[in-house]
Design a protein around this ligand. Sequence first.
Ligand SMILES: [Zn+2]
Length: 257
Amino acid sequence: MLIDLFVFLLGTVVAAALVHMIEKRHPRALFRAQCRNCTLPIKGHHAIPVISWVWLRGRCRNCRRLIPSIYPVLEMVGGLLFLLVWWKHGEVLLSSWSELIPLARTLVFTAILFAILLFTLFHRAVPKSLTVTTIGVALMLNAVILQGIFDPLTSVVGLVLGMVVLGVFFLLQFLLSKGRWMGRDDIWFGILVGAMFSFTGGVFVLVLAYILAFFVAAVLLASGIAERRIAPTFGTFLAIAGLAVLLTNTQMLSSLL
Ligand SMILES: [Zn+2]
C-alpha cells in the first residue's frame, strides 16, 4: 500500500516535468517549473504535483491567476500510469529478474505514448522526429521480448503487417481528407502503433481509438461546445487507446467491444 502511494507520487512528479518540457518544447524546461502567466519560478512546497494545486486553490501564489485544471489532471494521469505499470510487472519483478525486459518495454512504451498524448494536447501534432525514432526503439524491444515466446517468423510478419496496414490506413485518410482530419506526420504515428502492438494489437488499438473519438465527439456535440479549438485530435484518442491496451487487461477490454 505504501509502495503503491510512492509509485503514484513518483508518476505525478515525472508527469509534471514532462508536461512542462513538452508544453515549452525545451529539454531544459524539465527542471524549471514556472507559472505559465507571470513566469515566476515555482519552488519548494509550491511545486508538489496535484497537492500544491489543491492547496493554492488552483491559483498562482504570485499573480493569483487561475492554473487550468488540465495540469493536475495530467499529473494524476501520470501517477495512475506508473501505478498500472507497477501492478502489471512489480510483484513478478520482485521474485524474478526475467521480468526486467518486459517491464522496460511497458515503461518505455508508456512514456512514449504519454509524451505523444501531451504533444497532441498542447501542439495538436506529434513531431516526426519523435515517432520515427521510437519506431526503431519499439521494434528492438519487441524483438527481444518476442524471441523464444512465439514463432519468430510469425512475430516478424505480425510486426511488418501491423506497420504496413496501419501506415497505409493513415495515409489513405490523410489523402482523402486532404490533411484536414489526419496530418502528414500522423502517418508515422500509425506505423509506430503497428511497431508497438503488431498487427492484431494495432488494429485493436485503432478500433478502440475510433470508439473513444466517437463518444467524445457525441458528448461535445450534445453539449454544444464542438468548437474545433478545444476538440482533441484523433492522435489524442490513439494515444489513450494505446495506453489502455498496454496497461490493462486486454481480454477485459475486448469483451467490451
Ligand atoms: Zn503567476
